[in-house]
Design a protein around this ligand. Structure first.
Ligand code: HEC
Length: 283
């Protein structure tokens, strides 16, 4: 614990050097594309010579060995049976004999990268997982718990129906911007006893090593969920947010809460233009 605290403090010291960057990136009036460009400019310096499309590999971009090991694992992923279980859940007829695929355009192929998005009411945010639950409820089924169990398994398959599509999150209009801005504020909000924000690690200190791990850039992070940690532990994107919050000793927001969804909206927008690939290996 003590050593973790020390290394976190060391990382926090590094922040000072980059303090000048912060004002431009503080939440003000959101211009999503300008934000994305500013993140890209920071990472271009931090990861020189690495093409932006490689950011989807996260921490692996800075380590050729880890990347080679990743490619080897992904040739024969140890978690294919889990993805098959997810497919069975996805394809199971609902109470009214309809199917989850019926609720999405193109049977959900090439759709996951458009989420989160504004709901038809034009006000609330809808994640891919919420759309699945909405579909279940309409058909007379109970919704699945948000980010674990059957939902995580089903999305391990269903998000894969959008593999290779380019992230295409849209932020248009006042309501959308308000959600985006709240998500952005949360990303930059210093929280907990260690006073860390998501930005502290994944923007200002991206590319640096925290304990044994290289801190990945926020761009690319939203493209490849769920992941199988250690090849077996199924983790959703919001489950990962949760883990990072716990690491900085912040009581995490509940999966599917407005805070988590706003954060996912901002965070996913950052990855616009990058290819999706669901169900990948992570350490
Ligand atoms: C104290 C540093 C720290 C903070 C603060 C932090 N994280 Fe992380 N995060 C990590 C580390 C370490 C990893 C694992 C290595 C990596 O991928 O960066 C990680 C991984 C991730 C990943 C998975 C990346 C991948 O490709 O698998 C996501 C997504 C993520 N963090 C999002 C967030 C969000 C959102 C916040 C704010 C709520 C946050 N993190 C706050 C340290 C941090």
């Amino acid at each position: 614990m003590e050593s973790r605290r020390r290394s976190l403090q060391a990382a926090s010291g590094l922040l000072l050097a980059l303090a000048l960057l912060a004002p431009a990136l503080e939440p003000a009036h959101a211009d999503p594309e300008a934000d994305r460009q500013q993140f890209l400019a920071v990472y271009a310096e931090r990861f020189p010579g690495i093409p932006v499309r490689d950011y989807v590999y996260g921490a692996l971009i800075a380590s050729p060995d880890a990347r080679a090991q990743y490619e080897q694992i992904m040739d024969f992923p140890p978690f294919l049976t889990e993805v098959d279980r997810g497919r069975a859940l996805w394809e199971m007829p609902l109470a009214d004999d309809s199917h989850l695929a019926d609720c999405f355009p193109n049977a959900a192929r090439g759709q996951a990268g458009r989420y989160p998005r504004l709901d038809a009411d034009g006000a609330s945010l809808m994640t891919f997982e919420m759309a699945i639950n909405r579909c279940r409820e309409r058909a007379g089924n109970v919704p699945w718990p948000y980010a674990t169990g059957p939902m995580a398994l089903a999305t391990a398959y269903a998000r894969g129906l959008s593999d290779a599509m380019l992230m295409d999150v849209s932020v248009q209009g006042t309501a959308a911007l308000a959600h985006y801005e709240r998500g952005k504020a949360l990303f930059f909000r210093r929280m907990g006893p260690l006073n860390f924000a998501c930005a502290s690690c994944h923007l200002q200190n991206a590319g640096r090593i925290l304990r044994t791990e290289i801190l990945s850039p926020a761009i690319g992070q939203a493209t490849h969920w769920p992941v199988f940690r250690g090849g077996e532990t199924l983790t959703t994107l919001q489950g990962r947010y949760r883990r990072c919050m716990e690491q900085i000793r912040v009581v995490p927001f509940a999966p599917g809460s407005e805070e988590m969804n706003d954060l996912e909206y901002f965070h996913s927008y950052l990855s616009n233009g990058l290819p999706l690939q669901a169900s990948v290996f992570r350490k």
